[in-house]
Design a protein around this ligand. Structure first.
Ligand SMILES: Nc1ncnc2c1ncn2[C@@H]1O[C@H](COP(=O)(O)OP(=O)(O)O)[C@@H](O)[C@H]1O
Ligand SMILES: [Mg+2]
Length: 443
């Protein structure tokens, strides 16, 4: 019995010990549970924070994308290998492609820009600062002038690792600038012409006075030379050549004086409606000898039943003779002189002579055109510019006075007409074109 009691005690003790262990275990389990709950809560917190920060970074990305896509002009980022690594909508719409070289996309070339359009990336890398320059970009096969802004992105060692490029379309502004520049140039030209015209009026008045004064003494000198030539029948070659030089010089001076008189008295025009053909014929007749001597063929293309024009016969004849003489002196070894006359209508008001031409001609107005063409050397740019300037001549050594075309222009302008001289559109040689208003059918 004692043994059983002892055993029972032992069992109870064991049981108590076990119960104690169970209790401890239960306590440990509940402690672990509580700890796990904390961990779970913490984990949940962390997850939420992570989700929040993800959301925030997505929002930030979207915001930045929104900003660059809202830029009206192409905006892109280029790495140092000229590759486009970021581009906004405007850039992509204009043909900028991610991953491609910038020069391929904007300049349609296979190597970095240089020369006229220097490469902004190379400049930025060299200068390590922002640059600004004008470029011509080919965007969607369209040429646009852009103002390129290149801004460097540095690494922590201060090296340029990327560049932001922003290209603003300034084509319209440039066009306006060019138009303004052209208008300014034109204005300057007109001003020059006005000054020139003003000077010519003064020169004309002066010339007329001087010419009248000098004309008579010259005539007396000429008579004197003539007299001496006849009286001194000398075998001395020096005297003969001196007289010849004097004679030539006085003739030349006389030519200039007559030219100046023409210049200043051309306002006394008598304009009558008449046909141009007889005037062309009589002018050709006056130079017939020279034409024959120089073996120059004449081709006439005169339209039949050509309307009349309001003309001063002798003045137009003088103009034509001057033009024929110029043509002849351009063809010393022969050639062809073509004279055309035809009716036309004003289809455009040329700007080059300024407002005065606009005053002279109206669109659709019937005109008579006289064209004189030669097969000479034609005109250089320099000659073309000065051709109507009084005293401009390339023939001074051969006795040219440089007054022929200046006078012709004066006379034609007094017919309310227009005279131009240019190279022929086809073949070698010059073409003079005179345009005068046609008379109405009833005169
Ligand atoms: N048909 C032409 N072909 C080439 N040049 C010409 C022609 N007509 C005129 N010129 C040029 O224009 C200049 C001025 O002509 P013009 O006023 O008639 O003076 P000039 O005949 O006395 O030189 C000439 O010297 C010549 O250089
Ligand atoms: Mg001449």
């Amino acid at each position: 019995m004692k043994n059983e009691i002892e055993k029972l005690k032992e069992i109870i003790k064991n049981f108590e010990e076990k119960e104690l262990r169970w209790k401890k275990l239960a306590e440990a389990v509940s402690e672990a549970n509580a700890y796990a709950a904390i961990l779970v809560a913490e984990l949940e917190n962390k997850n939420e924070a992570l989700a929040n920060s993800q959301k925030l970074s997505n929002e930030r990305k979207e915001f930045i994308e929104n900003v660059i896509n809202s830029l009206e002009s192409p905006f892109y980022v280029i790495n140092t290998r000229f590759e486009i690594i970021l581009a906004n909508k405007a850039a992509i719409e204009r043909g900028v492609i991610l991953g491609k070289h910038c020069y391929e996309c904007t300049h349609k070339v296979n190597e970095p820009c240089h020369g006229k359009d220097p490469c902004p990336l190379q400049e930025v890398m060299k200068l390590k600062k922002s640059v600004k320059m004008d470029h011509v970009h080919y965007l969607n096969n369209k040429e646009v002038i852009v103002e390129v802004h290149g801004d460097p992105i540095f690494d922590e060692d201060g090296n340029v690792v990327k560049m932001i490029e922003y290209a603003i379309d300034i084509t319209e502004r440039k066009n306006y600038e060019n138009r303004l520049k052209n208008a300014y140039e034109k204005l300057k030209e007109v001003q020059e012409q006005l000054i020139q015209a003003g000077k010519m009026v003064v020169v004309g008045e002066l010339a007329s006075g001087i010419a009248h004064e000098v004309k008579n003494p010259l005539a007396i000198i000429l008579q004197g030379i003539d007299y001496l030539d006849k009286k001194i029948s000398s075998n001395d070659a020096n005297i003969t050549s001196a007289l010849k030089y004097m004679n030539d010089a006085v003739h030349r001076a006389d030519g200039i004086i007559r030219g100046l008189l023409d210049f200043s008295t051309s306002s006394n025009l008598t304009l009558v409606c008449m046909r141009v053909e007889p005037i062309i014929e009589s002018a050709l007749f006056l130079v017939k000898n020279l034409l024959d001597k120089n073996k120059i063929k004449v081709e006439k293309e005169i339209e039949k039943n050509l309307a009349q024009a309001k003309l001063d016969k002798s003045k137009l004849e003088q103009v034509l003779v001057n033009i024929f003489l110029n043509a002849i002196s351009e063809m010393p070894d022969g050639g062809t002189l073509t004279v055309r006359a035809f009716a036309d209508k004003v289809t455009q008001i040329s700007e080059e002579a300024g407002r005065r031409v606009t005053d002279r001609f109206e669109l659709g107005q019937p005109v008579i055109v006289i064209e004189v063409e030669d097969t000479g050397h034609g005109l250089s740019e320099e000659v073309k510019e000065k051709i109507f300037v009084p005293f401009f001549t390339t023939k001074r050594a051969k006795g040219g006075t440089g007054l022929g075309l200046g006078i012709a222009k004066n006379i034609i302008e007094q017919h309310s007409g227009k005279i131009t001289i240019d190279n022929k559109p086809q073949g070698q040689g010059a073409r003079v074109r005179i345009t005068i208003k046609a008379c109405a059918a009833n005169g």
